[in-house]
Design a binder for this molecule. Sequence first.
Ligand code: E4P
Length: 218
Amino acid sequence: MKIFLDTADLVEIRRAADANLIDGITTNPSLVSQVAGDRDPKEIYKEICEVVDGPVSAEVVATDKDTMVAEARKLAALHDNIVVKLPLTEDGLKACRAVGTEGIRTNVTLCFSVSQALLAAKAGATFVSPFVGRIDDISGEGMQLIHQIRQVYDNYGYDTEILAASLRHPMHVVESMLIGADCATMPPKVLWQLAKHPLTDKGLDAFLEDWDKLGATI
Ligand code: E4P
């Protein structure tokens, strides 16, 4: 499974990239606005692409097809790693098909139903991003959506990659893996939580304590 970091924070991105743990980055306009200050977001996208050698999702902010296509071209021209994120709307799907024919990779985002995911695949999306946590937030079963999309894509052989998004805790990631999502994007905090286990800490403390008794070095 590919692990993507869901952030535009370059400190966090460098930390994870230095550990060679991530395959790509997803951002959205909210995440970019949290870190941009007075910087041009396009410069931030370029910097992220220099740090991470993998897909870096950058989202359009237009809502009509033609302006989305124009924005998608500009974003894609920034760096080969850019994947253009488009919202799952009628215009977003049309823009997805249009830019896909130009060889621009796409991530159709804000997916909340299996029927939307079907149309993303029909539109030739490279990735579809079902938002698990936001469905849970309104008392739905977010993970059920990942199950259903996996089944539909497998039934019909669609090669759009399922990018499980809006993951809020390690079990969201584990369940996505078990279902067979192609990728999972998560905030830095969740990535590092994946590494934690109290028995690892306890075991390591005991090993080091015992080793200290030897007074030896390696
Ligand atoms: C994915 O591409 C989105 O940026 C993200 O996962 C949204 O997560 P949130 O619902 O926690 O904001």
